[in-house]
Design a protein around this ligand. Structure first.
Ligand code: ADP
Ligand code: MG
Length: 145
């Protein structure tokens, strides 16, 4: 499925819709260049799950946990990860194979440990279509629009 957005709000709303429909145990991977909108999308997902506290990229930790929503939400940003051992130290499989919803920014950096049944989201720019245009490709999810 490919969805095109033309401003940050639309990307946020797409995330929100996905958050509303998210199911226990789902793992969402989020890929795309710096500044493309991964965190904006994630903030929408959090809102859709009913999380009201502010969600930003966890800069000094790999994972940020949110327990106040409809389901536990585990937001990973592995941009600064050195090696996979850091994921082992935080006990990543308890999250990946648990009953919450995982969302992993920069998931391509930890390919080797991702579960096989993930929902993959890639966000890309296309400057020919405008500065705020984003092409969002989603695989592994049936989304009701
Ligand atoms: P990332 O987490 O991928 O590094 P951020 O979500 O932090 O990126 O930042 C994305 C930036 O791009 C924000 O400043 C946002 O306002 C801007 N932006 C412009 N157009 C869009 C769009 N269509 N979707 C998402 N973000 C957009
Ligand atoms: Mg980010």
């Amino acid at each position: 499925m490919i969805i095109e957005t033309y401003n940050a709000k639309e990307t946020f709303c797409l995330g929100e819709k996905i958050g509303q429909q998210a199911l226990p145990g789902q793992v969402y991977t989020l890929n795309g260049d710096l500044g493309v909108g991964k965190t904006v999308f994630t903030q929408g997902v959090a809102k859709g799950l009913g999380i009201t506290e502010p969600v930003n990229s966890p800069t000094f930790t790999i994972i940020q946990e949110y327990e106040e929503g409809r389901l536990p939400f585990y937001h990973f940003d592995v941009y600064r990860i050195g090696d996979i051992e850091e994921m082992e130290e935080i006990g990543y499989d308890d999250y990946f194979f648990g009953q919450g919803v995982c969302l992993i920014e920069w998931a391509e950096l930890i390919k080797e440990i991702l579960p096989s049944d993930i929902i993959s989201i890639t966000i890309e720019k296309d400057l020919e279509k405008g500065f705020d245009y984003r092409k969002i490709t989603i695989t592994g999810l049936e989304l009701e629009m």
